[in-house]
Design a protein around this ligand. Structure first.
Ligand code: NAD
Length: 440
């Protein structure tokens, strides 16, 4: 019979330290738990009572739907979609529709809550929602995307409408997606319903200025922050992670202000040039090749290098959790302006605050999109069409006022910008909830 050697314990030389496995400090990257941490902090400052805290930290409604779709090859695929409404105390729910292969329900809940705080920060009379479909939209044909969108809209139809919940574009959805959603809604209810979605094409009630609203709002907020930090925006260096719809329009508006775009990236990698990159040339190159990587006149870089590059303004404009415990210490920007939702974790926030880096939080920095969505809805409901100058002037006034209200709250409570914006927003929603009272 073969003998089996007994496993022996690893030997340790006397005098050497015990072999303690090094456990990397783990960060909780669950977006909904992060959203709740940020909420709890604001609730603590506001000394909200426990019952009210429970109402405000939980979504009001969550709907999961199956979306059977005929693909171009004749096969039927059943996709999963969600619509989450977080809070409607201040008005109808409002929020994006995301198509992404890694989308999760907790991400939808986090984005819906973020939307509640965002609409409250800029003081537009909406609540917060978010929805999406788990799908790899980049690999789908236009016909497949239309069928998915229409079936998704039909499945969530009981929850949406101009006075219920108004969807808007988000990652990998656009004005065309909104046109299909609006048409599906209008065909089902049997009358025109332009106010049922925002971010539509202008031919069907989309607002002038909506396409670049998020970017204009972000740059206006950065401009105000630059004044306080005594940074000249003209000539300031800007690095943008995520050159999609948001990233590309942000780059163009910064270029209008004569700031210098020194790096851009997308899922395939990034490019850099310390003398500046022309955003229009980058957009044209990306339209042809599907990426900014390889564009003439710029050197290749990685997304990780871009985030820790020396620059005045860093704009994360892709997805959540890109500035974390792993790289926050290495960030060298003077201002981080969050075009994306949830790009900075609470741990990273603390590190950046200690380093004196100003983080302009998503709920203010990217709120220009929902502000002009509100203007679009107002125009649709009243049958009006405002020109771009009027929309931009109203946006500027709304976002600059919100910035100064945030700064006032920061000074009152001695907190950084995200906490200031959250305290402002949670306070507004709490007040609306209390004055309405609990039904029944
Ligand atoms: P988009 O689909 O147009 O662009 C996303 C871009 O990010 C793409 O270029 C993609 O290549 C890039 N990207 C994705 N993963 C990446 C990664 N890991 N590293 C680097 N790049 C990556 O989407 P969008 O509408 O521009 O939205 C981007 C962010 O801005 C999202 O967080 C969204 O919620 C937020 N946002 C959008 C709006 C709006 O009006 N569209 C408004 C407010 C906030």
């Amino acid at each position: 019979m073969a003998t089996v050697a007994k496993p022996t314990a690893p030997t340790r030389q006397i005098g050497t330290p015990p072999m303690v496995p090094r456990i990397a400090p783990r960060e909780d990257l669950n977006p909904f738990r992060i959203a709740q941490i940020q909420f709890d902090m604001a609730a603590e400052f506001l000394k909200l009572d426990l019952g009210l805290r429970q109402i405000l930290r939980t979504p009001k409604r969550v709907l999961e739907v199956s979306i059977p779709t005929k693909m171009d090859n004749g096969q039927v695929k059943v996709l999963t979609g969600y619509r989450v409404q977080h809070n409607v105390a201040r008005g109808p729910a409002k929020g994006g529709v995301r198509f992404h292969p890694n989308l999760t329900l907790d991400e939808m809940k986090a984005l819906a809550a973020g939307m509640t705080w965002k609409t409250a920060t800029v003081n537009v009379p909406f609540g917060g929602a978010q929805g999406g479909v788990i799908c790899d939209s980049k690999r789908m044909s236009k016909g497949e995307l239309e069928r998915i969108t229409r079936r998704y809209a039909s499945e969530i139809l009981p929850l949406i409408g101009p006075y219920l919940d108004i969807p808007a574009p988000d990652v990998y959805t656009d004005a065309q997606t909104m046109a299909w959603m609006m048409d599906t809604y209008a065909m089902t209810v049997g009358h025109a319903a332009h106010g049922s979605v925002t971010g539509k094409p202008s031919s069907v009630g989309g607002s002038n200025g909506r396409e670049e609203a998020m970017a204009r709002g972000l740059v206006a907020v950065v401009e105000e922050a630059c004044k306080l930090k005594k940074i000249a925006l003209r000539g300031a260096t800007v690095a943008i992670q995520g050159f999609g719809h948001s990233g590309a329009t942000v780059a163009q508006v910064f270029a209008e202000k004569k700031a210098k775009i020194i790096a851009l990236s997308d899922t395939r990698g990034g490019v850099t040039n310390s003398r500046g990159i022309d955003p229009i040339k980058a957009i044209r190159y990306k339209e042809r090749s599907g990426t900014v990587v390889g564009m003439p006149g710029a050197t290749r870089t990685t997304n990780d290098e871009l985030l820790t590059m020396k620059c005045d303004i860093l704009v994360p404009a892709a997805l959540e959790n890109v500035i974390t415990l792993n790289n926050a210490e290495a960030i060298k920007a003077r201002i981080v302006a969050e075009a994306a939702n949830g790009p900075t974790t609470p741990h990273a926030d603390e590190i950046l605050a200690r380093k004196g880096i100003t983080v302009l939080p998503d709920i203010l920095a990217n709120a220009g999109g929902v502000t002009v969505s509100y203007f679009e809805w107002v125009q649709n409901q009243q049958g009006l069409i405002w020109d771009a100058e009027e929309v931009n002037a109203r946006l500027q006034k709304t976002i600059v006022r919100a910035f100064h209200e945030m700064v006032e709250t920061m000074r009152k409570h001695h907190v950084p910008p995200r906490a200031g914006a959250m305290i402002l927003a949670v306070g507004r929603v709490a007040e609306a909830t209390l004055v309405r009272g609990l039904f029944p």
